[in-house]
Ligand binder design. Structure first.
Ligand SMILES: [Zn+2]
Ligand SMILES: [Zn+2]
Length: 652
């Protein structure tokens, strides 16, 4: 805690310049990346929003004003005032007070009405109650993950506030060293797909970009290189996670097990999806022989250290590093990370996984940045062209129609819970609406409905047309022909009924999850169809089924532990084109459109063949008349293809 007089001089001056004495500042705290100023006169701050704005602008820091404890109304009274101020149409569901932070969490159906035009109602609540509103959306389906994160944070509020202050002290410590350089070290996900991890070092600080597992790996190959000298978890300044796929965040709790106590920066949807997926990962790992590399306890520690941001929010993550997330178009909340290092010394952009094309669910990746010197870009499909979305959608609907109308059978679509499931639901509901196919029950089984609930919580992260539908019209995810499978006993009924239907179930590669059970029971009937909509990795049951094909057979272990031979009489097809990754043409288009053009390119997240072909293609496009002609990275020796454990000094 600081009195104003104890703060660094620049901060004191800025506060004296912008905050009138009538605000009555009592103390200032560094809480994570934010500077929190406590006042006795919240009404003044609320009535003049330019105070916070100008202060933030001058300091280039995130500024938050809170009312001192004795300047807040008692909760019961504050609750009454809030109910009077907020229009009834906002449909407030819950109001919970966080005594430690002085925040009031208001959950409502229509959050826009709680903010009011130009945040007028938000400011009025702060002015009249002294409680700083935190507004959450209550969607048609509530996310139980988000609810449990929020109540866990509230329960642990005093511990969390202590952590935030410790992190804040670290982030805002002055820059000590004048030794200015930027170096990256490839810890995983270079010349391969899986276990993405990049260490960024400056003279001052150390930051990790992603820290994932390799789902197809075994033993040592599952982990990024945690044994390098520079990676001492207790000395890291920050961990930045681009999105909630296990190959990018699956081992973040492991860092907490080994002494990391710093912040984890993510977008808001990524936080929720990450927590859900990590608990699921532990659940699966505990059922299998191999032990998980961390426990529930480590996930909880991670949650308390997580700082969730929105796209475009500039945030200090270390004394000399500012982070901004931008939409990556890959899954809900997926982000491109922009690092502004050392007051203009260097700007590094890391794409994470990237989709540079609009989908039904999301808008294509962002391409405009304040500055970029080096770009780390994913290369998964650096050597492949994908069929067009519209073509893939048509093929999917044709197979569905053929199955339910002609064969009068059932369609089984194994899906990844995050992203693909929602995309497929949208494609089907659109086809139903346009009468391209008859309306039949769609059963949704596995983690999918919880993931859908998280999508509904963050409509501002979704594509424009979907957002409009969810907020103002027909929510396609809640159509009455979409039925949640609430209990395993329901599966038996679905399987034994003679009615045609569509079953969308996890996992996407038939490696565990309810999709396996449906497959076992539906495979022998030629009226049914199995449709894969994602890549089937070698070694998974999905891949073996695809290779065996209709008429073939596969052997698997049944739930009671016996070997079972499954004769495949159902149609087995794979529809390509639904990938969340950019294909080679989209990757080149991204490089063509990115502004400004980087000086250096670093290719990662791809098998060697994809990386080398991608590099060759970039070089071809750099030639005269090519689509990338004249870009600074076209100069000789500026495209890097590092392997794991390579380090690159970027400031030369
Ligand atoms: Zn991904
Ligand atoms: Zn990935």
């Amino acid at each position: 805690m600081y009195r104003v007089g104890e703060l660094p001089v620049a901060l004191q001056r800025a506060i004296a310049k912008h905050v009138p004495p009538e605000a009555m500042i009592t103390r200032v705290e560094f809480e994570g990346p934010e500077i929190v100023i406590y006042v006795r006169n919240p009404a003044l701050i609320a009535s003049r929003p330019e105070i916070a704005r100008n202060l933030a602008k001058e300091l280039k820091k995130r500024i938050v004003f809170r009312a001192e404890k004795d300047a807040r109304k008692p909760p019961e009274e504050a609750k009454k005032i809030i109910m009077e101020i907020v229009p009834k149409e906002a449909e407030i569901k819950t109001i919970v007070f966080d005594e430690v932070l002085g925040e009031v969490v208001i959950k409502a159906r229509k959050v826009g009405l709680v903010y009011g035009r130009g945040k007028a109602i938000y400011n009025k609540i702060f002015a009249e109650t002294g409680w700083r509103p935190v507004i959450l959306r209550a969607p048609d389906w509530e996310s139980t993950t988000l609810n449990s994160i929020v109540s866990f944070m509230l329960r642990e509020s005093s511990y969390r506030s202590k952590i935030l202050r410790e992190m804040g002290e670290r982030i805002h410590r002055g820059v000590l060293f004048e030794n200015r350089y930027v170096r990256i070290t490839a810890l995983g996900g270079f010349m391969e797909v899986g276990r993405s991890a990049i260490l960024v070092e400056t003279g001052e600080s150390r930051v990790l970009l992603d820290f994932g597992v390799n789902p197809g790996g075994t033993g040592y190959n599952m982990y990024p290189h945690v044994d390098v000298d520079q990676l001492r978890p207790e000395e890291l300044d920050a961990v930045i996670v681009t999105h909630a796929h296990l190959d990018h965040m699956g081992l973040v709790p492991f860092l907490f097990k080994y002494g990391y106590r710093g912040p984890v920066f993510v977008t808001k949807p990524t936080r929720d999806l990450m927590v859900l997926s990590l608990y699921d990962y532990l659940d699966v790992a505990s059922k299998e022989a191999g032990r998980a590399p961390f426990t529930h306890h480590d996930i909880k520690k991670m949650i308390l250290h997580t700082i969730a941001l929105d796209y475009g929010e500039v945030t200090d993550v270390a004394p000399d590093i500012k982070l901004t997330f931008y939409n990556a178009g890959h899954i809900l909340g997926s982000a491109i990370a922009h690092l502004h290092i050392g007051e203009g010394l260097f700007n590094l952009v890391y794409t994470g996984d990237l989709k540079y094309a609009n989908t039904r669910l999301l808008t294509k990746a962002h391409t405009e940045f304040p500055r970029v010197e080096a770009l780390i870009i994913e290369s998964t499909y650096g050597n492949k062209r994908q069929p067009k979305r519209s073509q893939a959608e048509m093929e999917l609907i044709q197979w569905i129609v053929r199955t339910i109308q002609v064969k009068k059978g059932k369609v089984l679509i194994p899906v990844l819970a995050v992203g693909r499931a929602q995309e497929i639901l949208l494609v089907i509901s659109e086809a139903v609406a346009k009468k391209f196919m008859p309306e039949v029950p769609i059963y949704v089984d596995g983690m999918i409905d919880e993931v859908t609930a998280i999508h509904l919580t963050y409509p501002e992260y979704l594509s424009g047309s979907l957002r409009k539908k969810i907020l103002y019209g027909e929510n396609p995810f809640t159509a009455d022909y979409i039925v949640k499978v609430e209990h395993p006993s329901m599966r038996e009924e679905i399987i034994s009924s003679t009615e045609p239907c569509i079953i969308i179930a996890t996992s996407g590669m038939l490696n565990g999850g309810p999709s396996v059970e449906y497959f076992r029971k539906l495979a022998s009937d030629p009226r049914n169809t199995l449709i894969f909509v994602s890549y089937q990795v070698k070694g998974t049951l999905g891949r073996r089924v695809l290779e065996a094909g209709t008429g073939g057979q596969v052997t698997l272990v049944s739930p009671d532990g016996k070997l079972e031979v499954i004769k495949i009489n159902m149609d087995v097809v794979s529809v390509e084109g639904f990938s969340g990754h950019s294909d080679i043409d989209q990757l080149i288009a991204f490089l063509r459109d990115i502004k400004p053009k980087p000086k250096y390119l670093i290719l990662n997240h791809g098998e060697p063949e994809a990386i080398y072909k991608f590099k060759a293609r970039i070089e071809r496009e750099c030639r005269r008349g090519g689509r990338l002609e004249g870009a600074p990275f076209c100069e000789p020796g500026r495209i890097y293809t590092p392997s794991n454990l390579d380090s690159l000094l970027l400031t030369r």
